[in-house]
Ligand binder design. Structure first.
Ligand code: KG4
Ligand code: ZN
Length: 323
């Protein structure tokens, strides 16, 4: 089995996945409540919490799979992109566990991990396909031809889709992170009540700063009581604008590369309006949309392992450009 570790942001996660892609356990400890009072992830607090949680989470993943460290043949860990201090905790833990057991280590790219959430049993998707990766940190259109990588077709020129959801939720006075809460509220509203702009970016790129500003001005123009009454409509209309942009570009990208199948991964893939809008797309199972370690272990199946002890000097990277 592969032990996967993921600590790139504010989720401390460990999972056990078999070589043929069966998830034996998938433990995610979210720090969201810890960061909520600051309205966003505080990197230093995240690192410290990862340090406290990483070993208990690994133990729980082993227990849940009814396994011991002896059953683990290799360790997979997120190397980047993400918060570098947070990544280093997972990487150090992964190195220590691998080194102590003289096991190989497999560094995994977080984005490759999100895509590899589609390769897990019981219904693995086979490349080629066109993939939308939409999370709190990234919004990418990917041409996926093989299990071990992808080509980037388009990206956001400003905010990520998840970030747009979170900022919109904040403007509406919802909690943090607000994506899921905005989704829930939107179900009670009319998505046609307000007409928020869908950016016309060139090619296959995205932009979400305009829709966010439009929501800000609309919220400001309403009186307190009016705002309370129209909150669900605002949420539904705002969600509609973001989802329309995502769906349009995914369809355009799929046509451009001549792919027969399309897929959606990442935290925003949990959005109910997006899932409804793409009945023919393969969308990652809910438990595998937001950050988790099963997807990291899954990606590791297609990467070369670094044999013991050659990984001790391995460093984390904050962004893909630095990789
Ligand atoms: O993939 P993820 O867990 O972390 C990153 O790699 O960024 O994605 C988290 C993002 C957050 O912005 C969160 O608000 C958003 O995914 N999200 C949602 C929903 N559930 C999570 N956005 C819209 N609707 C949802 N149901
Ligand atoms: Zn992620």
């Amino acid at each position: 089995m592969i032990l996967g570790l993921e600590t790139s942001c504010d989720e401390t996660a460990a999972a056990l996945v078999t070589d043929d892609g069966h998830v034996r356990s998938n433990i995610v400890s979210s720090q969201a409540a810890l960061h909520a009072r600051y309205g966003g992830v505080v990197p230093e607090i995240a690192s410290r919490r990862h340090l406290e949680l990483v070993l208990p989470v690994v133990k729980e993943a082993l227990q849940d799979a009814d396994a011991a460290l002896d059953d683990v043949s290799r360790i997979a860990v997120t190397q980047g992109p993400g918060l570098v201090g947070a990544l280093l905790i997972g990487l150090a833990a992964g190195k220590a566990i691998a080194w102590a057991g003289r096991r190989p280590l497999i560094p995994v790219d977080h984005l490759h991990g999100h895509v590899a959430s589609l390769y897990l049993e019981p219904a693995p998707l086979e490349p080629p396909f066109c993939c939308l990766l939409a999370s709190g940190g990234h919004t990418l259109l990917l041409d996926v031809r093989t299990h071990d990588g992808f080509a980037v077709l388009g990206t956001t020129i400003d905010d990520a889709a998840g970030e747009a959801f979170d900022k919109g939720a904040r403007l509406l006075g919802l909690g943090y992170p607000g994506g899921a809460e905005l989704d829930r509220l939107a179900r009670q509203g009319d998505p046609e009540a307000y007409r928020f702009p869908v950016a016309r970016t060139s090619g296959l790129d995205f932009s979400f700063s305009g829709v966010k500003t439009a929501l800000l001005y609309t919220v400001r123009s309403l009186h307190q009581t009016e705002l309370a009454e129209r909150k669900a409509d605002l949420a539904a209309s705002y969600e509609r604008a973001i989802v329309t942009a995502l769906v349009r570009r995914l369809l355009a990208a799929t046509e451009q590369v001549g792919a027969e199948r399309m897929a959606v991964v990442g935290g925003v893939a949990a959005n109910s309006e997006l899932r409804r809008s793409l009945p023919s797309a393969r969308i990652a199972p809910l438990a595998l949309c937001t950050d988790n370690a099963a997807m990291i272990a899954s990606a590791a199946r297609y990467r070369e392992a670094i044999p013991y002890p050659g990984y001790l000097a391995l460093d984390a990277y904050a962004s893909r450009d630095a990789a």
